[in-house]
Design a protein around this ligand. Structure first.
Ligand SMILES: C[S@@+](CC[C@H](N)C(=O)[O-])C[C@H]1O[C@@H](n2cnc3c(N)ncnc32)[C@H](O)[C@@H]1O
Length: 279
């Protein structure tokens, strides 16, 4: 059981309940579930959510590289703003002609569903690769309402990356959204495995790694809400993705096309930053 199992198990029950009430839209269901997890009642019961609300009010939240003060965009709305922004970024950086998109650590599949609904190519294959079984079952349950041939789910572990099930040599993009954050140190093997996916074209990371873009910065002395590495330091999140990618770029093994700090996210202490690379 992963730490996310309870969350995705409960989401699966909510999906089933909403479907049995007649909800027919996967996006309405996904959005209701996520907004519900940021309801006033949930916030009152959860210390970490209370801290996020406070930081959004006192400091603001990251959006398109700047801090936006929260006036009316509360967290239940903000999560949908985040999803739209992620889908928009993925669309922007997806190479033309992509026929398969693979999200690693795809959770309950919400990023792929938003991408599809916001105009992602209906002929593309949307593959959710997730560690947790219930996360994959959620995506399967939601995909049944969209286009079950377009979506698929698969168990995936960053610590033992295996893409052997991706047999077709079709133009492929890989995305990660706050999932590499969960792996304190990634290694070159993961990136090489991604590069070896048949038809691989480009990888788009939306991860809280902006602090890694400043060489020589001492992040351990900056544990406060003004620091984008606050969650990283508190939760043991990823420390080296940018380092691994820039090292491989220096060795001529890949090309980084874009690095943009603090492009979005719900919480200034866990800002999303963007890294796009290809071979
Ligand atoms: C913060 S959630 C993000 C999920 C999804 N990308 C999203 O944006 O909603 C982190 C995800 O990473 C997954 N994860 C954690 N450890 C993993 C591992 N070793 N391999 C693959 N996924 C993992 C979790 O199960 C969870 O779904």
């Amino acid at each position: 059981m992963s730490v996310y199992s309870e969350i995705y198990k409960s989401r699966l029950s909510q999906i089933d309940a909403l479907k049995s009430k007649g909800e027919l839209s996967a996006l309405r269901i996904a959005s209701q579930i996520e907004s519900g997890s940021f309801s006033d009642e949930c916030i009152q019961q959860n210390r970490s959510l209370k801290e996020m609300v406070l930081s959004r009010k006192l400091v603001g939240f990251p959006f398109d590289g700047v801090l936006v003060p929260e006036k009316e965009i509360s967290m239940d709305v903000g999560i949908n703003v985040h999803r739209v922004q992620v889908a928009g970024l993925v669309k922007k950086y997806l190479p033309q002609g992509t026929k398969r998109i693979v999200e690693l650590g795809s959770g309950f599949g919400v990023n792929l569903l938003w991408l599809w609904h916001l105009g992602g190519d209906p002929a593309m294959k949307y593959c959710g690769f997730e560690y947790d079984e219930y996360g994959n079952r959620c995506l399967d349950a939601l995909a049944g309402l969209v286009d079950k041939d377009a979506f698929s789910s698969c168990r995936f572990d960053y610590n033992e990356p295996d893409f052997s099930m991706l047999l077709d040599d079709v133009p492929t993009a890989v995305i990660t959204v706050h999932s590499i954050e969960q792996i304190k140190f990634v290694d070159v093997n993961l990136i090489n495995k991604i590069k070896s996916i048949p038809g691989f074209k480009r990888c788009i990371h939306i991860e809280p790694v902006g602090f890694q873009m400043d060489e020589g910065r001492d992040n351990d002395n900056l544990i406060n809400y003004h620091n984008e590495a606050w969650s990283t330091l508190r939760n043991g999140y990823n420390r080296n993705l940018v380092n691994i990618l820039t090292g491989m770029q220096k060795g001529g093994e890949l090309q980084i096309n874009r690095m943009q700090k603090h492009i979005g996210g719900m919480h200034v202490g866990n800002s999303s930053s963007l890294v796009v690379w290809e071979i």
